[in-house]
Design a protein around this ligand. Structure first.
Ligand code: SF4
Ligand code: SF4
Length: 327
């Protein structure tokens, strides 16, 4: 039986070792797959945020190998999606009605895959509110031109007269989103994901987000996630990590509060996962915490706008998913 709205939660803290995190992640994935009951060998296209990016984050990376091994043991064919900032030359246009964009430009591999495995570190994004499963799905499955369309108007800008040319932003960016000519830095619109991490490192204040645009970005993210998920009756597995310390790199760390240590969530429904994560975060840190945790958003902006938009467009279930604790 498919229970798309159920979210599984394994409480853990950042002090847990990699083996413990990996073991819980495998149990959660198996719980989701029991519900989904996918055909044997269902091919899964996967994107695991930060996979192979930073070997220092052993705790986060510790889960990827056991999860992939377990899925292979179950006979699932696994194919990796391109990294977030990498090229995805084959694009497929998926029409959308009554959405922020008339069509979503998806990578052919993501569009054609019968199922998905998306792993992410959930956080609060300075421009797009809750950076959860909906956002990760949109970014992981968009084509290169789709990624550019998603980020339009929200990438940071560099005031050349203020830039001291230190190159810190270039060193920090893991997406090749900014280049440096020896004197000043310049954003690369074709690769910058508008994550905002470099803003926290710029000591001169040359890097700034443009005013506005967060709601438009969220609406586009929700539409893209819907375009991805609606084409997959079997959906897949979304796995989100809310483990305090490693999370902090995923957000605009200088100004954002550290996320509470909540553990790991898994679901066959990215919308349900994000609503569950928001409820758990507000439950642990106090009502309104999610709304307040993204310091650069416009005042009063809805941090769950992308999630609500994805739900409205048929990407998942409603706002109050069942949360099942797995020990
Ligand atoms: S961190 Fe700031 S000052 Fe340094 S190169 Fe980047 S934009 Fe310029
Ligand atoms: S916002 Fe900065 S750190 Fe983030 S992708 Fe763009 S250039 Fe890189």
């Amino acid at each position: 039986m498919t229970r798309a709205g159920v979210v599984y939660h394994a409480p853990l803290t950042a002090a847990a070792d990699a083996a413990t995190v990996g073991g819980r992640a495998v149990r959660l994935v198996e719980a989701v797959l029991r519900d989904l009951d996918p055909p044997p060998g269902l091919p899964l296209a996967y994107h695991l945020q930060d996979h192979n990016r930073s070997r220092a984050e052993e705790q986060f990376l510790g889960w990827t190998v056991p999860v992939l091994d377990r899925l292979r043991e179950r006979g699932h064919a696994l194919a990796t999606l391109p990294p977030l900032a990498g090229p995805s030359p084959d694009a497929v246009g998926v029409p959308l009605q009554d959405a922020a964009v008339p069509f979503a430009s998806l990578s052919r591999d993501a569009h054609a895959a019968p199922g998905l495995l998306i792993g992410l570190r959930l956080g609060c994004h300075p421009r797009s509110g809750l950076a959860g499963a909906v956002r990760a799905t949109a970014l992981a499955c968009a084509s290169a031109e789709g990624k550019r369309a998603l980020q339009q108007g929200v990438q940071p800008r560099i005031e050349r007269a203020v830039c001291g040319g230190c190159g810190m932003c270039v060193s920090l960016c893991g997406n090749d989103g900014v280049r440096h000519n020896g004197h000043v830095a310049a954003i690369r619109p074709e690769t910058c994901l508008a994550c905002g991490d470099c803003l926290a490192e710029c000591h001169t204040g040359a890097l700034k987000f443009p005013e506005g645009g967060g709601d438009a970005l969220q609406a586009r993210l929700g539409a893209y996630a819907a375009a991805v998920v609606r084409g997959k009756p079997r959906r897949g597995v979304w796995l989100a990590f809310l483990l305090g310390e490693p999370q902090r790199r995923a957000v605009n760390l200088a100004r954002a509060a550290a996320l509470p240590d909540l553990g790991v969530l898994a679901a066959a429904d990215p919308v349900a996962l994000d609503f569950a994560a928001a409820a758990l975060l507000d439950g642990a840190a106090g009502p309104g915490w999610v709304a307040a945790c993204c310091p650069d958003r416009e005042p009063g902006a809805d941090p769950l706008l992308a999630v609500r938009e994805a739900a409205r467009l048929g990407a998942g279930s409603g706002e109050a998913p069942a949360i099942v604790t797995v020990g």
